[in-house]
Write a protein of this length. Structure first.
Length: 329
């Protein structure tokens, strides 16, 4: 059985994290530090570290034994992989991605809200008020579709994707899911049909909404091509991106909107953040922009995530959501 002496915290940008960890782990000493330099960590031994993912990369090749494992505070791990050295062996350090049921629910509720906004024209109606057009569009929005009449395509059916599927299936929607490989054991009861990348051309034309929750990997980069998006033109789905921007390049997305292959794009993630003020997305009439807030990191959720992983670690069981150095996620 592993014995934990203390938890080290260095996480700028997550207000109240040390306090939340202390409440969640009353029998463990929680120590907040302000430096992760080699000098600051040289005396560490078998520590549990909680820190932002962009702080983890430089720690991958620190002396063996400094950290028992590291709990990240973000879901995305691309900032970690940018520090992997090609001339060295893959890291052996255990790093856990942040995710839990509450985080997945936040992402799911964001997606549900955007679908309702789109179906009911709520943003258009709000614009009529704030921009002074004062249009009374009762006829235009008098016949909305029910969610149970929609087909929702989810790109990436992991923890977040499964929660999105559960939410929409509750309202009766038909759910299609893209996965790297067909699940043999953890098949979600909320997904009507699974597809792999090789059959994505069969999945997308069926969708009224396409929600991307895929991570950034070499396999997901530019997954959505002109050809695939053009195949959507019969149903003109709305594209919702809460995963990573690399799944489709900017020009391909703009072309899909301008050619009317897609009805709208709701974007929460971008190649450069904050999105530059002169970017064409800001002025495009079919694009809704939100500032990467679909799944914010809440201190209480990170604390719950770490507590669950500490229980597993203390029992000698595998930690959940470990970064896969081979799969790049």
């Amino acid at each position: 059985m592993n014995q934990i002496r203390r938890v080290i915290v260095y996480s700028p940008g997550v207000p109240g994290l040390t306090n939340a960890l202390s409440k969640a782990l009353p029998r463990i000493q929680v120590v907040e530090i302000t430096d992760l330099s080699e000098e600051a960590t040289e005396h560490f031994h078998n520590e549990i570290l909680v820190t932002n993912n962009d702080m983890i990369g430089p720690l991958l090749y620190r002396p063996h034994g400094q950290f028992a494992f590291i709990q990240g505070t973000w879901a995305g791990v691309e900032s970690i992989f940018s520090h992997i050295k090609k001339d060295k062996e893959r890291p052996t350090l255990q790093v856990a991605r942040f995710t839990n049921r509450q985080f997945s629910q936040l992402m799911s509720e964001y997606t549900l809200g955007q679908v309702i906004n789109s179906e009911r024209g709520l943003l258009t109606i709000r614009d009529d008020q704030t921009l002074g057009t004062k249009s009374w569009r009762s006829d235009e929005f008098a016949h909305p579709r029910l969610i149970k009449e929609l087909t929702i395509g989810i790109l990436g059916v992991g923890n977040i994707g499964r929660e999105i599927a559960r939410t929409f299936q509750f309202f009766g929607a038909r759910i299609l899911g893209l996965t790297r490989r067909f699940p043999s054991q953890h098949r979600s009861p909320f997904v009507s049909h699974y597809y792999e990348t090789s059959t994505l051309h069969e999945m997308l034309p069926q969708c009224d909404y396409i929600c991307n929750v895929l991570p950034r990997t070499s396999q997901t980069t530019r997954l959505l091509t002109d050809e695939l998006l053009k195949s959507c033109q019969a149903r003109r789905p709305v594209f919702i991106n809460i995963g990573r921007d690399n799944v489709v390049d900017d020009q391909t997305l703009l072309r899909a909107l301008d050619e009317d292959w897609l009805r709208q794009a709701v974007l929460d993630v971008f190649a450069e953040e904050p999105l530059p003020s002169d970017h064409s997305f800001w002025s495009h009439p079919k694009i809704v922009i939100t500032p990467h807030i679909a799944g914010p990191t809440r201190a209480s959720d990170v604390a719950d995530c770490l507590r669950a992983n500490l229980e597993l670690f203390d029992q000698g069981a595998p930690i959940e959501n470990l970064v896969d150095w081979e799969a790049q996620y």
